[in-house]
Ligand binder design. Sequence first.
Ligand SMILES: [Cu+2]
Length: 67
Amino acid sequence: MYKFNVPDMTCGHCAGTVQRAVKLVDAQAEVAVDLGRKLVEVRSSAPQERIGEAIRKAGYEYSLATR
Ligand SMILES: [Cu+2]
């Protein structure tokens, strides 16, 4: 499970954009977005860096969440 802090997500549209970006890397990925906590949890067999890169390319900076 990867956890990303994505502070610029503000609405459902942002959440959808991030989710789609992750699914383009791994269509099988499970993605859960918590808008209140600005947290994106991803269960995927793809490397964490590739998921993060996709989030960044979609227009959202991230940092790795420690919990
Ligand atoms: Cu938004």
